[in-house]
Ligand binder design. Sequence first.
Ligand code: A3P
Length: 302
Amino acid sequence: IVDLVKISSKDDKTKFCIMPRKFVNQDLERIKNMDIFEDDIWVVTYPKCGTTWTQEMIWMIGSNIDYATSLSVQLNDRFPFLEFSGIFEEFPTDTFEICRNMKRPRYIKTHLPLFLLPDQLWTVKPKIIYTARNPKDTFLSWFHHHRHFQLYKGNKNDFMNAFVKDLMMYSPMNEHITEFWKIRNEPNILFLFFEDMKRNLDQEVKKAMKFLNKNYSQEEVDKLCKHLSFESIRDNKMVNKNEDVKSLKESFGEKYDENEFNFIRKGQVGGYKDELSAEENEILDEYVELSKIIEPSFEYKF
Ligand code: A3P
């Protein structure tokens, strides 16, 4: 439904990303040339890898665990989505301008792959948090997302073929993740896994605290972990995007039914086991294998 085009890197023709045409016309150049500040905090992910979750965790840790603001200001306003208005043809607000003019320290979310990010990120070196997730759960989450935002009207099988052939928006996923994996040891990069956050949130919160030079008591960390739990994020109106989903669906002339789609959907590791057939699993296994050829030192977590 979205008019997608392939953007190739000028420096390395093997690097590419599939993006909406509007993004190319509106955002490509100005994002590349964007001014960066050293106190910026960026969350970068392939879509559906736990972006929202990571954003709330990082914003809270960076902002002295400010519950008053976090529970009264939408996450999208505290931590805007850089290229969002370049995705939806009709979206009226210019999200790039919002990010550009934010009060510092700026918290910025993007799904752009490394080669499309602002050049100054690599010279000014602000803090960047990257979260990865396994392609099976990500694929399913991305499929449900597309269906419910009316971005795609086909079936799961066709979507999967497009996903493994790297034809979806923000594809290719493997390279998106491995490009950041290669720079994971840079001091301004924190590389996280959704699966680690799910299995030991306390540990990942502490990693992020160290990265952001923050120190909180165990009591504060425990309370924060509760605030970041699946149930709490799902029910948190400042984070769960129900209002965004509602207005987006209504702008497409669709009815919004909270029981039908929640952005915070299942939040599982291995949820794919219930939703993928044996054949679909095999197709995605091949995609996972491909990542090891692209970058042998990288391994997804399941
Ligand atoms: P599912 O669709 O598998 O449920 P993103 O923010 O990048 O779009 O990622 C959305 C995914 O993160 C959804 O996955 C959502 O449920 C999951 N998620 C968000 N908050 C979570 C939390 N606190 N615990 C576990 N999963 C969470």
